[in-house]
Design a protein around this ligand. Sequence first.
Ligand code: DX5
Ligand code: ZN
Length: 220
Amino acid sequence: MNRSEISISPSLLASDFSKAGEEIASISESGCNHVHLDVMDGIFVPNITFGPKFIKDLKKESDLIFDTHLMIDRPERMIADFIDAGSDIITVHAEATDHLERCLSMIREAGVNAGVAINPGTPVSMLEAVLDEIDYVLVMTVNPGWGGQKFIPSTLKKIRELDMRRAEEGYSYQIEVDGGINSETIKLIYDAGATLAVMGTAFFREENRREYISNLLESL
Ligand code: DX5
Ligand code: ZN
């Protein structure tokens, strides 16, 4: 299949936070243009990570595209802080808010790219009302909360559905895929139509990240 390009967004979650500056520099050195930042609040998901200050401090050190994934309850309460922190993309979960459209307007009016994420058990139909006003759909291929989990294959049909609808109905969203992506599963999501692949564990366990990424992209 002749597909368009796919980019990798390494997830800082799998890195050593005590060396966050060096870890983010290693993403730039690998040739990737994005960094994926997993914000967890202990309510929408059981785990807790970091907030806007951490992102703002890192942004001073890096030219990467900051891809902020908000796994937080009622994200409308904090969107302004993540805009102020320097996020280039802000993704909220469809399951986390009763005010999805308001969230997207807040993000887009600030000139930031807006994404909506759906958990493995959430259908694409949940996005129906907003498909024409989002820059990214993020398909979760694990249940959110931790890195290092196993890819859930039943999510592939949602990627295909989003890819088909994009072509047939003229939407312009990118399809981002997050969870359990490695050198095997990336082939599956690429063929299904993904354009941005989040990669945590598989990226940070590599010694030579530049070589790993270039071989990976070449293998597709
Ligand atoms: C999971 C996060 C992911 C995670 C992916 O809740 O949204 O971004 O960091 O990590 P891996 O690639 O290890 O599955
Ligand atoms: Zn994520």
